[in-house]
Design a protein around this ligand. Structure first.
Ligand SMILES: [Fe+2]
Length: 248
């Protein structure tokens, strides 16, 4: 009940008729409906505001979880400290250069943060040994994209990042792993992270060699465009270098 409507006559001998009563009833019903609608709209707007806020918090938690995951990878492998961050940033720059939608650019950034998450399961001594890896070690190392996929699969709000994680070691000429996909069969996210990942690996110190100068690494990307890398992605990377968005 919203309220009460009372009618009183102050004119002598004027008594309300049934017609008056019905008219008043209709009027009151209309007023009640209008009041109720207003109340419902306000309630809905309030709920909407709460939902938007909850959604914002969820997104924030999501981003924090991703950063936490990325840090966990790097704890395991001191040589790649900062690697996920840099790969994410290079990937974002390439994606923006390709004029992809802002939300896809952000997805690629997060996928870059997570690209090596599957390495959680590989021991750091094996990853950082000075000499060459032997065949069983290479086999184990090469399982990290698959392991990354398995880690992300049960998490609904991370599922759209899997293609970047699973396909970042595919090669444009089909000689990569784990699936040996070729050209545009490789999801774009994977093709972008492949370039960002290789560039950062070349320009960072590793347990088995010193960092290469930027110019040498850039030339290496150019030389492998169309074989290891998607030419369109390399071209975007080079354009970003020319604009000074990627520098020493
Ligand atoms: Fe990797």
């Amino acid at each position: 009940m919203l309220g009460l409507l009372a009618a009183a006559s102050f004119t002598r001998r004027t008594i309300f008729t049934e017609g008056h009563r019905k008219f008043l009833h209709i009027l009151a019903t209309k007023a009640a409906a209008a009041l109720e609608n207003t109340r419902l709209v306000e309630q809905l707007q309030g709920a909407n505001r709460e939902l938007l806020e909850a959604n914002r918090q969820l997104q924030e938690n999501f981003q924090q979880s991703i950063l936490g995951f990325a840090r966990a990878i790097e704890q395991n492998d001191p040589y790649t400290r900062g690697h996920s961050d840099r790969v994410a940033q290079y990937s974002r720059i390439i994606a923006a250069e390709l004029a992809l939608d802002a939300s896809i650019v952000e997805d690629i950034f997060f996928a870059g943060q997570l690209h090596d998450i599957g390495k959680i399961g590989i021991s750091s001594q094996k990853l950082n040994k000075a000499g060459k890896l032997n065949a069983p070690e290479i086999r184990m190392f090469r399982r990290h994209p698959e392991m990354g996929k398995q880690i992300l699969e049960p998490i609904p709000f991370m599922r759209h990042l899997i293609s970047g994680v699973y396909c970042h070691h595919e090669r444009y000429d089909g000689q990569g792993y784990p699936q040996g996909l070729c050209g545009e069969e490789i999801p774009l996210m994977g093709r972008i992270i492949a370039v960002a990942d290789t560039y950062d690996a070349m320009t960072s110190d590793r347990s088995y060699r010193k960092a290469l100068p930027m110019q040498v690494a850039v030339e290496e990307l150019r030389a492998n465009s169309g074989t290891q890398f998607d030419p369109m992605v390399v071209q975007s990377f080079l354009a970003a270098v020319a604009k000074g968005q990627i520098h020493e």
